[in-house]
Design a protein around this ligand. Sequence first.
Ligand SMILES: Nc1ncnc2c1ncn2[C@@H]1O[C@H](COP(=O)(O)OP(=O)(O)OP(=O)(O)O)[C@@H](O)[C@H]1O
Length: 303
Amino acid sequence: MNVGVLYSRIRQDEKLLLSELRDRGHDVTKIDVRKQTFDLTEAPEAFDDLDLVVDRCMATSRSLYATKFCEQYGVPVVNSAATAETCADKVENSLALAAAGVPTPTTKTAFTTDAAMEIIDEFGYPCVLKPVMGSWGRLMAKIDSKSAAEAILEHKATLGHYEHKVFYVQEFVEKPGRDVRVLAVDGEPIAAMARSGDHWLTNAAKGADTEPFELDDEALELVEMASDAVGGGLLGVDLMETDGDQTDWNYTVHEVNHTVEFKALNEAVDTDVPSKVVDWLEAKADAAGGDADVEDAVAEVSD
Ligand SMILES: Nc1ncnc2c1ncn2[C@@H]1O[C@H](COP(=O)(O)OP(=O)(O)OP(=O)(O)O)[C@@H](O)[C@H]1O
């Protein structure tokens, strides 16, 4: 197959993916989104003859638009623009999970500092204030007191960008010092790891320790539900263990990520993660090619 890879920087994750694709004899077209221009209807040359595009853009804005252009050009892209849109924004992410009945931390959103303060007073301390867009735990605040809340809210309100005027407040989940990252393809887990650390943020990007995590039936069900909720794809589903203290579930899903990193996971588990990802990409390209073959055949018959 001929795979296009949308990127701006080739990290270890992309290196793993590219070398697995090349080892299997696939053609790879790297598309640097910083240099590429996108016409409204006519696909740029780089998109000629691609069977599938994999979006590996680091910047959310690029990911959101580039996937839309792929779809406009009729080139199959993973993840889809709709999935990217849902996952890129924490409000949309939470709305989708809640609508699908996936247990997710209690969350409220407000558009002014006064209304946000009302939520914080209601949730009590500590609680969590998250930027609606962003990753690697950046600008996430664990709020321990009213004076801290006032300072952070004022700061955010004066930062200027409209995203900082959306206040996304979440209950603080008393997790057992770790959270769980599951890499899944259309709801089917490839591998999972627990990320633990002394800091309340346990992202791998914050230097958390990682170890393989065995998914039980409930976690498997939740990963599938969470993936479906955001439209499927190659996803990082993040869960925290709650021991059923608030709901019937022993987990809560706090987020589903759409341009998921997998280097740390690949190092933590025995599974060959890039190989499993490429298995899935091949299946996706086959399925997309199959659809195109059927469309061609139908067009020929009606000609
Ligand atoms: N409500 C919460 N209560 C307690 N801990 C939380 C809560 N939400 C997030 N965390 C912790 O903070 C970390 C980062 O959270 P989250 O995934 O929402 O942020 P992010 O910036 O999108 O990170 P990533 O890019 O790794 O997904 C999680 O790994 C988890 O350990």
